[in-house]
Design a binder for this molecule. Structure first.
Ligand code: AMP
Ligand code: MG
Length: 396
């Protein structure tokens, strides 16, 4: 089987993906979620002409001496009408009374008893926020596809949109396979290692807006792997790690096959990353990642992240950034290399990329020190230090 280019593998994974269902969530649970529908203001803000200052509601040009006859507070307006020669004491956020067309700020007056003297005249409309200045009822405040952050939630609250329509979090079943694996915190036997893939991948899934559904560590046993695959039936995505090669103990492929799941098994022209399994079962998409932690993580970053974006109704296409190499790179072979690197913002604002000299795909310590990947398409000629390269952030 010829090696499949990365872009083609990704296109096949994303082909026909439909966004997850819409769900209503209260504001307190909406942080980080993706809006499924635009948010429309349910009211005007401010809902009335309101004072921008503490001072006196007046008719512009009236004075210089005015009698203070009443008060308008935030939350309790003065219901009467301002008469010539008078002023209404007013506070920030209070409704401007009928008859008034400006607010004289307190500092520009002198007060003796009920009498104020205007020290600096105001122009009409000054220090008044018109009704709907911030937003008007029916305005589109937030577009579908917005990732809800603190300021978006603040705005939705102001518009009295207490519940928002968001995309359901794509559910990703996480299955680690391997006789050699124990969970973090357990005591490994002499031939065992601690499973790290599911910890890192679960965090990546959550970071990308998904929900990680832990299916646990399953030994290299066909029956047990099949049972775990069935347990994930209601997940949007099933993500397995390990057992993806062709050794006698690499049983994920056989287990999927035995479950009647139609399987595409690719050798992708990339490094790191050995064969990748891909399958579809009804709505579910299944990604079988290599067991090697660095390969598993990089493959998840490159294939699972866009899949989650699509499931969230977002555009999965990602434009790499440009960075300047701090060290030379050799000619590339027939695979697309993803070189672990340290990306740094230089003083001139541009990015620099320091490629790590060791690119062993078992080395998780180096992956943790990296924050980016340099993309080297197949057969890229050697690049000198200072050359511009395409890079992706590891934590999108
Ligand atoms: P495999 O794909 O099963 O051949 O595994 C390839 C390498 O990745 C082996 O060295 C495994 O021990 C290692 N490996 C597999 N699964 C995990 C895991 N969950 N956490 C850490 N290392 C793993
Ligand atoms: Mg294995």
């Amino acid at each position: 089987m010829p090696l499949l280019p990365v872009a083609q593998a990704l296109a096949r994974i994303l082909d026909g993906v439909k966004p997850t269902a819409t769900q209503m969530v209260p504001l307190a649970q909406a942080q980080g979620r993706i809006l499924a529908k635009p948010v429309l203001a349910k009211r005007d803000q401010p809902p009335f002409e309101s004072s921008a200052m503490d001072g006196y509601a007046v008719r512009a040009g009236d004075g210089p001496v005015l009698k203070v006859t009443a008060t308008s507070q935030a939350g309790a307006r003065y219901k009467g009408t301002l008469k010539p020669g008078t002023a209404i004491r007013i506070f920030t956020g209070a409704p401007v009374p009928k008859g008034a067309d400006a607010v004289l700020i307190q500092e520009n007056t002198r007060r003796e008893g009920d009498i104020i003297t205007v020290l600096e005249p105001v122009a009409p409309k000054q220090n008044i926020r018109r009704q709907g200045l911030d937003f008007a009822k029916g305005d589109v405040l937030l577009e579908a596809g917005t990732k809800l952050g603190p300021r978006h939630l603040m705005l939705a609250a102001a518009a009295n949109c207490a519940e928002l329509a968001v995309r359901s979090r794509p559910r990703v079943g996480l299955l680690s396979t391997g006789d050699e694996l124990v969970a973090p915190g357990e005591k490994p036997g002499p031939d065992q290692i601690v499973s790290s893939n599911s910890t890192g991948l679960a965090a990546l899934i959550r970071h990308c807006g998904g929900e990680a559904v832990e299916l646990g560590i399953v030994p290299d046993n066909l029956t047990k792997i099949r049972r775990a695959i069935r347990k994930a039936a209601d997940c949007d995505v099933l993500l397995t790690t390990g057992g993806a090669s062709v050794g006698e103990h690499d049983l994920v492929q056989s287990a999927l096959d035995a479950e009647g799941i139609q399987l595409s098994f690719w050798k992708i022209a990339m490094r790191p990353g050995k064969p990748l399994m891909f399958a579809r079962q009804a709505r579910q998409r299944i990604l079988g990642l290599p067991g090697n932690p660095v390969s598993a993580f990089v493959c998840a970053r490159l294939f699972l992240k866009p899949l989650l974006d699509s499931l969230l109704g977002l555009n999965p296409a990602e434009t790499p950034s440009k960075a300047r190499l701090t060290a030379a790179l050799k000619t590339n072979g027939d695979r697309q290399d993803y070189i672990r690197a340290r990306l740094t913002r230089a003083a001139d604002g541009g990015l620099t990329a320091e490629p790590f000299s060791t690119q062993d795909s078992s080395m998780q310590h180096l992956l943790a020190q990296a924050n980016g990947l340099i993309i080297r398409p197949p057969f890229t000629p050697a690049s000198a230090a200072g050359a511009t390269v395409d890079v992706l952030e590891l934590d999108p």
